[in-house]
Design a protein around this ligand. Structure first.
Ligand SMILES: NC(=O)c1ccc[n+]([C@@H]2O[C@H](COP(=O)([O-])OP(=O)(O)OC[C@H]3O[C@@H](n4cnc5c(N)ncnc54)[C@H](OP(=O)(O)O)[C@@H]3O)[C@@H](O)[C@H]2O)c1
Length: 115
């Protein structure tokens, strides 16, 4: 009997930390089904296409249109996942914009400027 996969919904999967998180989950021996959330189907599908392989077929990775700033988009994505799997085991709410420094300071005094 095949174990039921852990159902993961990951927002902002198409770049940066989100994309790397999908790669890490795929490298795990744990069976996951990963909904790759992105603001457009094109972006979500590109993520799925670029990470799918013979070893990790496309049904493990599912493109999901999900804009976290839109109630309508969240409702539609929830409906999609509910109808397909009836549950979410793990939500990785990664989507967003990091406006901090692009690199750690060379000194290593990361919090030096904070009061
Ligand atoms: N990188 C860091 O050092 C760092 C440090 C602390 C916290 N974080 C947090 O970690 C998360 C990812 O950071 P990152 O560096 O990987 O950023 P990133 O490369 O800019 O990626 C952000 C992702 O979020 C998506 N996104 C943005 N707004 C969205 C929305 N309204 N709905 C759905 N998706 C949306 C982007 O999609 P589009 O391609 O459509 O824009 C993109 O896929 C962010 O929440 C950030 O605040 C990052």
């Amino acid at each position: 009997m095949t174990a039921s996969p852990t159902i993961v919904v990951l927002t902002g999967s198409n770049s940066g930390l989100g994309y790397e998180t999908v790669k890490s989950l795929l490298a795990s021996s744990v069976p996951y089904k990963i909904y790759c959330g992105a603001r457009s189907l094109d972006k979500a599908q590109k993520t799925v296409d670029s990470l799918s392989s013979a070893k990790k077929p496309a049904d493990i990775l599912v493109p999901l249109v999900l804009d976290v700033s839109s109630d309508e988009s969240i409702a539609a994505a929830t409906k999609t996942v509910a109808e397909a799997d009836g549950r979410v085991d793990v939500l990785i709410n990664n989507a967003g914009k990091y406006n901090g420094p692009s690199r750690w300071p060379r000194s290593g005094h990361v919090f030096a400027g904070l009061s």
